[in-house]
Design a protein around this ligand. Structure first.
Ligand code: 3PG
Length: 226
């Protein structure tokens, strides 16, 4: 295999390093560019290193470019990427990495040809195998809690011992550490740090405080691992 997603290639190494660096990935949906910048800044003040801006709103693509410029310290991801066109547009806006909620074959093939880190979504062993065949050895398990939660993550370590999993969906402040403690989980994702009501009400203080608590969870799990 010679595509950029082959395990051990620079791209897959960068993907794994990015997940380790992030630890917890806030999944953010914004209604304005200003909101995106304010949320990203609050998350950064709270100590988080990465942000996934979902391409679910009209402003999301534009927001990527502005967050990249205004909050350069954050690793910037485009999330909810469901077409190759969105992937290319997000790269043009300066995204550092891409995340998908699910990865049908045509999308997976297109993503495997890009050189930036991609965390493709999967929900079953069969989907994981298809992604591994394209070289993706780090995936997003979505929606993690619904499809099997911790039990599934532990079970997947059997057939896929070298797979890095970023579970997302149904994770919150109370169960985050349980997920992050799994040896095959370098990073977890979720929207609990950026609750829709905080974002819409401009409660950036709440977002910063939640991000800080998330950062403490990352530090505590890392200390246990050391
Ligand atoms: C995602 O797209 O990853 C999810 O919306 C995040 O799931 P959560 O809202 O349950 O954290």
């Amino acid at each position: 295999m010679s595509n950029p997603a082959t395990p051990g290639t620079a791209r897959q190494q960068a993907t794994r390093a990015l997940l380790v660096k992030a630890g917890i990935m806030p999944v953010v949906t914004v209604e304005s560019v200003a909101q995106a910048v304010a949320v990203a800044s609050a998350l950064a003040r709270g100590g988080l290193k990465a942000i996934e801006v979902t391409l679910r709103t009209a402003v999301a693509m534009e927001a990527l470019g502005v967050v990249k410029r205004e909050v350069p310290e954050m690793l910037l991801g485009a999330g909810t990427v469901i077409t190759p066109e969105q992937a290319r547009a997000a790269v043009d806006k300066g995204a550092d990495f891409l995340v998908t909620p699910g990865t049908p074959p045509a999308l997976a093939a297109a993503l495997s040809r890009l050189s930036l880190p991609v965390v493709p979504g999967a929900a079953t062993a069969s989907e994981i195998i298809a992604l591994l065949h394209l070289g993706f050895d780090a995936i997003k398990l979505f929606p993690a809690q619904v499809v099997g939660g911790l039990g599934m993550i532990k079970s997947l370590a059997g057939p896929f011992p070298n797979l890095a999993i970023c579970p997302t969906g149904g994770i919150n402040e109370s169960n985050a550490a349980d997920f992050l403690r799994q040896p095959n989980v370098p990073c977890i994702g979720g929207s609990w740090m950026v609750a829709a009501e905080w974002v819409s009400a401009g409660r950036y203080d709440e977002i910063e405080a939640s991000a800080r608590r998330a950062s403490q969870i990352i530090a505590a799990v890392a200390a246990d691992r050391a």
